[in-house]
Ligand binder design. Structure first.
Ligand SMILES: [Fe+2]
Ligand SMILES: [Fe+2]
Length: 408
């Protein structure tokens, strides 16, 4: 059997790994390819806000899902002490002593291969496949391959591929800056968000891709409109426009779910419907309703709290974004700028056509509080006309705005 293995910290695994592993498996005709995350890496120290070994394993499994015949082995993670390739290779060879075992390595590793621990053993017992990490590295690889063949009698092949020029360090830096999703792919990115790894700051475009499948088809233009409107309002009123986009994209993400599931989300991420993430257990009306009762009494409000829970627990947003989603339906006393922007964006975004929306739309760019007061008043009238129960936080929000207007 022809098998190959690619070791690494996979912190996190990225498209460069996937691309190289795919090319190697195909060009060498491997029956099996193993991705093997290191335990304690002998080659580099891990940064502080890093993923645990268990998290690296999970992410590597997500990466392996996109590579034919690939499998993730946890033998280095389970083994205590440094991850020497020779120990791993011996363990793999024992399972199939007659077969070919290929060690896959990128440029940096390959160029220093003859200095690795027990390099003599590795070069004698394994086949080596080297691939370029960046453009222009092939001549160095060829030169090194010639030396290894001549000096050690090594069996070396070069993998031909268009290098992707991405490293885990690049990925971690991009994640911190609010990008990086395209370097790891959406599944790993979603995992990173869910676990808040590497100081990730959610990238609006990736949030959009991850959220669209959760939305009812007819709601997509509304959410897209809300995203654009929120960004415009943020730029107009000096709020963080990326935070506004994040909140707008996610604001209705839980709306399609059955109420029980929404209540589970709230419970899982510490959000109390009607109250929020605070733990003083006092609702806007001075009482905390049992969650099921809340869902029955305010069916149209529940998704704001479950959406906040989802954004917080699954998409790694800030508390400011979480709270803007939480209060996007009712509003509340003492709203932040971002909360006001999301509430209004939801009300005036371009696909909205209810009567009077034009007036609010215009005013939103002239006087934010006055636009909000006008819109909240209309929306409360709408609820009462339909014999709905306004949520106490909505009444308080309106009172608050009126008070402020009087004091002006
Ligand atoms: Fe909503
Ligand atoms: Fe909405």
């Amino acid at each position: 059997m022809k098998r190959g293995f690619l070791g690494g910290t996979f912190n996190p695994p990225h498209m460069g790994h996937i691309h190289a592993a795919r090319a190697a498996a195909e060009q060498l005709g491997l029956d099996e390819l193993y991705l093997i995350p290191t335990g304690e890496p002998p080659h580099k120290d891990l940064p502080e806000d890093t993923a645990t070994a268990e998290q690296r394993l999970t992410m590597t499994r997500l990466a392996a899902a996109g590579i034919p015949n690939a499998e993730v082995l946890d033998l280095e993670v389970r083994r205590k002490g440094p991850s020497y390739s020779v120990l791993t290779a011996r363990e793999l060879l024992e399972k199939d002593p007659e077969g070919e075992l290929w060690l896959l390595c990128g440029t940096d590793m390959f160029l220093t291969l003859d200095r690795w621990y027990r390099a003599d053993w590795l070069l004698k017992n394994l086949h080596i496949a080297a691939y370029p990490r960046r453009a222009g590295e092939v001549p160095d690889l060829e030169e090194k391959a010639a030396v290894l063949r001549m000096r050690w009698g090594a069996r070396v092949e070069l993998i031909r591929l268009e290098p992707m020029d991405v490293s885990s360090t690049d990925v971690r830096e991009a994640l911190k800056r609010g990008g990086g999703s395209e370097m790891v792919g959406d599944e790993i990115y979603a995992y990173i968000l869910r676990n808040r790894l590497y100081g990730v700051r959610p990238e609006p475009e990736a949030l959009w891709r991850l959220t669209v499948p959760l939305l009812e088809k007819k709601r997509i233009p509304h959410v897209q409109g809300c995203r654009e409107e929120a960004k415009r309002l943020a730029l107009r009123w000096g709020a963080d426009s990326i935070e506004a986009e994040r909140a707008a994209i996610l604001h209705d993400a839980a709306k399609k779910m059955p109420a029980e599931e929404q209540l589970r989300l709230c419970a899982a991420y510490g959000i109390i419907p009607g109250i929020g993430a605070d733990t003083d257990l006092e609702g806007a009306d001075g009482t905390a309703l049992p969650p099921e009762e809340f869902a029955a009494r305010y069916p149209k409000v529940l998704h704001a709290f479950s959406g906040a829970a989802m954004a917080w627990g699954m998409f790694g947003v800030s508390t400011a974004v979480r709270d803007a989603i939480m209060w996007h339906t009712t509003g509340k006393r003492g709203m932040t700028l971002l909360e006001k922007i999301i509430w209004l964006a939801d009300y005036i975004e371009p696909t909205r056509t209810m009567s009077g929306v034009e007036k609010v739309r215009k005013r939103a760019y002239e006087d934010l509080d006055s636009a909000l007061r006008l819109a909240m008043q209309k929306s409360l009238e709408h609820v009462t006309e339909r014999n709905g129960t306004p949520h106490p936080a909505s009444l308080e929000a309106l009172d608050d705005l009126k008070e402020k207007e009087r004091k002006k």
